[in-house]
Design a protein around this ligand. Structure first.
Ligand SMILES: [Ca+2]
Length: 398
C-alpha cells in the first residue's frame, strides 16, 4: 500500500494515495502522538451549572427538566440540555490537538441515543435509492484534490470501488505502519462492511449494529433525509461527557480494563490478540453497554462517529473563550497530509487499545478523508429544537 506511515499512527484516518507504479488505493494517514507527553494532567474545571465531578446529571439530581422541550419528542433521541463546559484534554493520554482547554457554551439539542444502525440506514436506502461513495468507482477529479499537485493519474481500470477493512495480523508487528492491519478491499461497503463475503444487507441479523463504511458525505445525506444533521465536535464532546467535568473518561476516572467493561474496545495485544473481555471483536449491537449521564449509548468505542467540523490540530487555539456552539474552522489542515481536507471523527472504536491510540476518551480527536469509508466508522445524528418543531410530523412516518 502506498503512502505508508512513518510514525506511530492512530487507528483511523484514510485517504487515497498512488504508488510509483500508478496504482491507486486508499491509504491510511498518520499522526504523531509523541507530543502528548508534554501536555499532561491539565484538569478542566466545572463550568458552573453542571453537576459536580464524579456524578452524572441524573445521579446529582440537577437536571432542570422543567425547561426541557414539551413532548412529543423525536423518536430514539435524547435531549442534551443547554449548558457550558470545559472542552479539551484531560489526563495523561491527551494529545496536543486536544489543547488548549477552553470554556464553551452549548445550546440544547436532540441527539440519537445510539449510533445510527444498519437497520435505519436500510430504511433510508430503500426510501431513496441512495448509493454510498464506497459503492461508486472513485473519480480522479475528486481523488486528485487529496493528493500533492503533480501526482500522476492512475492507469485506467485501477480505481476500484471499495472501502478500508481492518485485518487482524498473525502475530505481533511493529505499530509504526497501519497498512499492516488495514487493507483497501474492493467490494467493501455498508452492505458488505468487512468485504464482499460479509453481508448485512440480505439478513436482519445485524440490523442493530452501527452502520459503517459510510463516508462523511453519506452521513450528511442521511441526516438531510431525516431532517437532522451531524453534531459539531463541541456538541459531541459536551454530550459524551454526560454532565461530568474534569473526567478522563465518559464514565469517570477509572480506565477501562478486564474488570471495568464500559465499552466495545480492543483488549489484549493489538493488532493480533483480542481477549474479547467486552464480548466483541468487531462492532457490537448498539446499547450493549451502560449509557452515559445523558442516556447516550456507545459514545465511546464501538465505531468512530463523524462530526460536522473540518479538522485542524490548532482548532482550539482559534476559538474565543465562552464561544457559543463553535462550528470549527472554515478550512481543514493536517500537517501530516497538508493537501488532504479532513473531517473530525470522535469516540474511538472497537480497535481502540490502551497500548495504542487510546482514543476512548471524550476529548480525543481524530481526522479522516470525508470521502473514505471504513469498517470502524459510522455516525450519530443530532437535531435542534427548531428543526424538530419543523419536521416532527414528517419524522413520525419514518
Ligand atoms: Ca471489543
Amino acid at each position: 500500500m502506498a503512502g505508508g506511515c512513518h510514525q506511530t499512527a492512530t487507528n483511523t484516518a484514510s485517504t487515497f494515495s498512488i504508488d510509483t507504479s500508478g496504482k491507486a488505493s486508499r491509504s491510511l494517514t498518520c499522526i504523531n502522538p509523541a507530543s502528548r507527553s508534554a501536555l499532561m494532567a491539565q484538569k478542566s474545571n466545572n463550568g458552573g451549572s453542571q453537576p459536580v465531578a464524579g456524578q452524572s446529571p441524573a445521579q446529582a439530581g440537577v437536571l432542570d427538566t422543567a425547561h426541557w422541550p414539551a413532548k412529543p419528542w423525536p423518536p430514539h433521541m435524547v435531549w442534551i440540555p443547554a449548558g457550558h463546559f470545559i472542552m479539551g484534554g484531560v489526563g495523561s493520554e491527551a494529545r496536543k490537538d486536544e489543547y488548549p482547554v477552553h470554556p464553551v457554551k452549548i445550546t440544547g439539542f436532540w441527539m440519537d441515543k445510539t449510533e445510527l444502525t444498519i437497520g435505519a440506514f436500510k430504511r433510508f436506502v430503500r426510501a431513496t435509492g441512495f448509493i454510498t461513495e464506497a459503492e461508486k468507482t472513485p473519480q480522479w477529479s475528486q481523488l486528485k484534490q487529496q493528493l500533492p499537485p503533480g501526482t500522476p493519474e492512475p492507469e485506467p481500470g485501477t480505481l476500484l470501488a471499495g472501502g478500508l477493512v481492518f485485518t487482524k495480523t498473525d502475530g505481533a508487528v511493529p505499530l509504526d505502519n497501519i497498512a499492516r492491519w488495514w487493507q483497501y478491499v474492493p467490494g467493501a461497503n455498508w452492505r458488505h462492511p468487512n468485504g464482499p463475503a460479509s453481508d448485512v444487507w440480505s439478513t436482519s441479523q445485524f440490523d442493530n449494529h452501527p452502520v459503517t463504511q459510510v463516508c462523511w458525505y453519506d452521513a450528511v445525506a442521511y441526516c438531510k433525509w431525516a431532517h437532522k444533521r451531524l453534531p459539531s465536535e463541541a456538541e459531541w464532546e459536551y454530550a459524551c461527557r454526560g454532565g461530568l467535568s474534569a473526567k478522563e473518561f465518559a464514565w469517570g476516572d477509572d480506565a477501562p480494563s478486564a474488570t471495568n467493561i464500559k465499552a466495545n474496545l480492543w483488549e489484549g495485544d493489538f493488532p493480533y490478540k483480542n481477549l474479547l473481555h467486552d464480548g466483541y471483536e468487531l462492532s457490537a449491537p448498539v446499547m450493549s453497554y451502560s449509557p452515559n449521564g445523558y442516556g447516550l449509548y456507545d459514545m465511546i468505542g464501538n465505531v468512530w462517529e463523524w462530526c460536522s467540523d473540518w479538522y485542524r490540530p490548532d482548532t482550539y487555539s482559534q476559538v474565543l473563550p465562552n464561544a457559543t456552539d463553535p462550528a470549527g474552522p472554515s478550512k481543514a489542515y493536517d500537517p501530516d497530509e497538508p493537501y488532504a481536507q479532513k473531517k473530525v471523527i470522535r469516540g474511538g472504536s472497537f480497535l481502540c487499545n490502551i497500548h495504542y491510540c487510546a482514543s476512548y476518551r471524550p476529548s480525543a480527536r481524530m481526522k479522516t478523508d470525508p470521502y473514505s469509508g471504513e469498517n470502524h466508522t459510522g455516525f450519530r445524528p443530532v437535531m435542534s429544537e427548531e428543526e424538530w418543531r419543523k419536521s416532527n410530523h414528517l419524522l413520525a412516518s419514518k
